[in-house]
Design a protein around this ligand. Structure first.
Ligand SMILES: [Zn+2]
Length: 235
């Protein structure tokens, strides 16, 4: 039975994905029936509040307190602070979480307030998010920045070990370089999150950077000068 409800939440996540959105789905269940179902609509509606859980709660309409207090919220991804707040506000006693590998939400706060949190690490839920994050890192970054006070809290399944070289340089594992098409000489910004925790972000390549600059710098800088031209048709 519980599996059926998580499956319904996954269906919602897939529906969101098919709409071009972030694949996170949720259902609110009372007495063995789904009161409301929903999915993240940040992209579709440009909404910063319609997370999967909020959408499911909104679609369930207004219920009496005794119903919330006997309901279970199923969500494909560990709930953010906003959705955690909604669970606490309505006194929902139980939350079933599809996965907390791609994002660790506020499960600790829920538990500290007596909510029964069950994390099932469903492989489909994990795959939905890891595939999405890999395909749309910027969209996902915006989403977690919006819901975590600007501090990324993701943990990638694909994280790998690396070492700092004797020159103090960070080595990005070859597998990541190949997968993301990172070339030698590319630059990254480093953000220090806290002691021992850093975020590396690839810088956008500057216009004309690359082969043209390299050619113009040969045999030395300013030896050759670029021709002012709007279009190569004029050459
Ligand atoms: Zn949320």
């Amino acid at each position: 039975m519980a599996d059926d409800f998580m499956r319904a939440a996954i269906e919602e996540a897939m529906l969101g994905l098919s709409e071009g959105g972030i694949p996170i789905g949720s259902v609110l269940v009372y007495d063995g029936m789904i009161l409301g179902r929903g999915h993240n609509r940040r992209v579709q509606r440009g909404s910063v509040v319609l997370h999967g859980e909020m959408d499911a709660l909104a679609n369930a309409g207004q219920q009496v307190a005794s119903v919330y207090q006997a309901s279970t919220l199923y969500t494909t991804l560990s709930p953010c602070p906003m959705c955690t707040g909604a669970v606490l506000l309505h006194g929902i006693p139980r939350v079933v979480v599809g996965e907390n590998v791609t994002l660790q939400g506020d499960e600790a706060l829920l538990r500290s307030r007596g909510v029964n949190v069950e994390v099932i690490q469903d492989p489909t839920c994990v795959r939905l998010m890891t595939d999405f994050v890999a395909a749309h890192p910027t969209l996902w970054n915006e989403d977690i920045n919006a819901s975590s006070g600007g501090r990324p809290v993701r943990r990638y399944l694909t994280s790998m070990k690396t070492k700092v070289s004797s020159k103090g340089q960070i080595v990005i594992p070859a597998e990541i370089r190949v997968r993301d098409g990172i070339r030698p000489g590319e630059e990254f910004d480093i953000e220090r999150l806290e002691s021992g925790e850093y975020l590396l972000q690839r810088r956008a390549a500057r216009v004309n950077e690359g082969v043209v600059d390299w050619l113009l710098g040969c045999p030395e800088k300013e030896f050759f000068v670029a021709i002012e031209s709007e279009s190569t048709d004029d050459l």
